[in-house]
Write a protein that binds this ligand. Structure first.
Ligand code: HEM
Length: 111
């Protein structure tokens, strides 16, 4: 049962990732007028599903790398702040997109 919940959360986690990075790629060349609603939704999804994944992992007795999780959490929160505060200006929009990509690298390369 916990495994099913974990896989559903993981699917939501991947969709949240797509919402942030996909929206970023589409608007990467724009100079202004960024639409940030989907990025924000994705950033919130990542934090919520990420924390829930940690809970499910611990509940089923799996090891969780706390340092890796802490790094991902800080990066996800920074990306969220960037897209909230000034997501409509270019540097903040690129910071949010770039940080999400850094989190993909942390997730996949830090094993
Ligand atoms: C923009 C933010 C984020 C992105 C782009 C992201 C990306 C990913 C990706 C690509 C995976 C699959 C690769 C793997 O299993 O190692 C993953 C898994 C995972 N992520 Fe994230 N993540 C983000 C934020 C977070 C946060 C904030 C947390 C926790 C507080 C978190 C916790 C986890 C956990 C526990 C897994 C393992 C899932 C499993 O194998 O069951 N993630 N993440």
């Amino acid at each position: 049962m916990l495994d099913v919940i974990r896989l559903i959360l993981l699917a939501a986690h991947i969709l949240g990732l797509a919402a942030i990075v996909g929206t970023f790629f589409v608007q990467m060349r724009a100079k202004s007028g960024f639409s940030t609603g989907i990025v924000l939704g994705g950033a919130i999804t990542q934090v919520v599903t990420g924390v829930a994944l940690v809970g499910v992992h611990q509940a089923s007795g799996h090891e969780v790398d706390n340092v890796k999780i802490a790094v991902k959490l800080v990066i996800a929160i920074l990306a969220h702040v960037a897209s909230r505060r000034g997501g409509r200006v270019r540097p903040a929009f690129h910071t949010a997109g770039g940080l999400a990509i850094v989190n993909v690298l942390v997730a996949v390369l830090w094993q």
